[in-house]
Design a protein around this ligand. Structure first.
Ligand code: FES
Length: 142
């Protein structure tokens, strides 16, 4: 399948060069060209009115995310555990995220409470466009 994605066309070029040139010199050249990514730069999560009924949990670029209101603020978490990348579950009754793999526990803001995760859940940046919530393919800093 032919792609219009410039990065993917570079990937085809890289594959061709790799076959033709081979060896360490080609490997160095290929590394300078860059990598291919088909990730979406953004995605509509849903309407704000839907979020009033409860968290929204679509997949974004292959990652389960959770968008909800927290003290009036919108938060959009990646549900990928920071330990070994299992998908954590939101436990509303305990107001925390729990990882089923090694008992990692995060509070409602994504901060580690206990277990092996080395850092907090990542939060995506987002935009509110009219009545719609959009997630962007970048994490908040901090
Ligand atoms: Fe989540 Fe290990 S993968 S605690």
């Amino acid at each position: 399948m032919k792609s219009d994605c410039p990065e993917c066309q570079d990937a085809s070029r890289r594959a061709f060069l790799k076959k033709v040139a081979g060896g360490a010199a080609a490997f160095t050249l290929l590394g300078a060209i860059g990598s291919c990514s088909d990730d979406l730069p953004e995605m509509k999560v849903g309407d704000l009115s839907e979020m009033e009924k409860g968290p929204l949990t679509p997949k974004f670029n292959g990652t389960r995310i959770l968008a909800r209101r927290l003290d009036g603020e919108i938060v959009v978490f990646s549900l990928t555990c920071r330990h070994k990348a299992c998908t954590v579950k939101w436990k509303a009754e305990r107001t925390r995220f729990e990882c089923p793999c090694h008992e990692g526990v995060y509070d409602e803001r994504g901060k580690v409470i206990s277990g092996p995760p080395p850092g907090p859940l990542r939060r995506y940046t987002y935009e509110v466009r009219g009545e719609e919530l959009w997630v962007l393919n970048e994490f908040e800093k901090g």
